[in-house]
Design a protein around this ligand. Sequence first.
Ligand code: SF4
Ligand code: SF4
Length: 187
Amino acid sequence: MSNALTGVHTVAVPAAANAPLVPPSPARVRALKRHLIESIRDMREARHPERLVQKRGEQPEGFAAEVVRAGCTQCRGNCCQGGGDHAYLDDRTMARVRAENPDLEAGAIIGLYVRSVATEGYESSCLFHGRFGCTLAQPLRAELCNAYYCNGLRDFLRMKPLPEKVEVVASRKGVVRRDTIVRHGRA
Ligand code: SF4
Ligand code: SF4
């Protein structure tokens, strides 16, 4: 929705309930490691692991990526709460990571994930759900995480051309959080 007077386009996203930011517990990190070990084992046991690899969809860049980041930061990860200690990672993700990094052994792959855990994350949400959004680099994220956008962000990304100025508004049950992003240059 754009305001004709101000030229500001509003992107509405949900807002996760307020939760404290806490360091990851050792038990949760151990659960993540166990999950990754199982996912890598499942990948190795697959008859044709190369067939598990799914192409990563195109990711937003520049201004579009800034708006997505701002939306997810203000929302605080409404769609990430189910990520728990597994972050939707599975044998398909491991097959893709391995295909893109053929020199990495299992231990090195697990290390990449463990080092990416949010040093402070929202309590009870995904281990990678930090103050400024997902702390996991997109090439390491699950297929679901790379493909999913809530309605507000999906509609924004479909706009052609993208607006020059966007206000993201995250709201839920009286909680409202906002941020404004202005496009500089052509990105
Ligand atoms: S995709 Fe939407 S629902 Fe999910 S964290 Fe981002 S703004 Fe929130
Ligand atoms: S890995 Fe990132 S995008 Fe996926 S559920 Fe966790 S915080 Fe959300």
